[in-house]
Design a protein around this ligand. Sequence first.
Ligand SMILES: NC(=O)c1ccc[n+]([C@@H]2O[C@H](COP(=O)([O-])OP(=O)(O)OC[C@H]3O[C@@H](n4cnc5c(N)ncnc54)[C@H](O)[C@@H]3O)[C@@H](O)[C@H]2O)c1
Length: 348
Amino acid sequence: MVVRDADRPEAGVIRLRVPLGERSYDVLVGAGARDELAGLLPPTARRAAVVTQEPVGVKIDTGREQAVFLVPDGEEAKSLSVVEDLCRRFAGFGLTRDDVVVGVGGGVVTDLAGFAASVYLRGVAVAHVATTLLAQVDAAIGGKTGVNLPEGKNLVGTFWQPVAVICDTESLASLPPRQLASGRGEMAKYEFLGVSGLGSLPIEEAVAACVACKVAVVGADERETSGRRALLNYGHTLAHALETAGCYDILHGEAVAVGLVFAARLARRLELIDDARVRLHEQVVSGFDLGYSLPPGSSAKELITIMGRDKKAVAGLTFVLDGPHGLCLTPGVDPNVVGQVLAEMGAR
Ligand SMILES: NC(=O)c1ccc[n+]([C@@H]2O[C@H](COP(=O)([O-])OP(=O)(O)OC[C@H]3O[C@@H](n4cnc5c(N)ncnc54)[C@H](O)[C@@H]3O)[C@@H](O)[C@H]2O)c1
């Protein structure tokens, strides 16, 4: 449920609750929401280890003894060696089980900080201050953490729910335009998860609507056991493969935009949807000012091999596909059909 924060109506902060029993937490969305951070951290925490990156530049006050730990920029930073380094620096700071890690940044920082917090001392509390559009609408919420291996994206990770998430829309002002566009790729996904008209909403309401959708899914299937949470990965099977194959030259949300149209064309080939539905996918993606061409030189064979290693792939190639009953996790898709659709989209 989206509710204006009764404590701060003047600030226009929207508060959403992630309902997970004793691990429930709030997500605050709106301009100036980061001012609420200190009050959302565990009262026991005396120290806060703030994990961030140099370009982020968002200042926060945890109300505790705080130390800032910079991590490298870019997808390559999501590695086990960076996690080891972070944990060693936490130990050097004297971070205890009662303390808190605060990730301040985009999805790279929140994935890294969340993972490090989940394994340091077998788990310390983490809060996220999401500073990119992509992290606000998706990455910072729901407790999935992870790092990459050379073999693929997010192949090592944990479920570790944060104690709070802040989506301060003021921090988006300094975001490079390409990063904003990447966030819109993830927003486009929500249009197929039942949240329509995002493009016409004020930014804080658009972010809150995406968060509300993700919160509902996570609340119903925290650990992706019923298959419902996997639907949040719509467009992501090809997206992750494009990122891995392109050594992350393509941004995550840019890759999701291509993945959404690919998934629609694949569903059309499998006669699950009609041409009009494919066109709707193309229009939604274009409406968010994103392209859906495959990167030049994409190899169908390489992409299919990488997609075979996707975490969802339990029985052959597995995709979330649109169909007569909405989105559905679809295992055992014929690689030849996938290759044909990729070829149609320009893969060699
Ligand atoms: N855990 C999940 O559920 C989940 C979901 C979706 C995506 N992800 C992950 O999120 C990652 C992508 O996240 P992203 O798109 O936020 O990229 P990112 O974290 O790499 O951030 C993009 C760039 O923007 C900079 N930046 C961040 N905030 C800024 C600000 N306010 N002003 C100026 N610069 C700023 C960063 O330093 C970085 O250079 C991927 O690794 C993806 O796998 C995770």
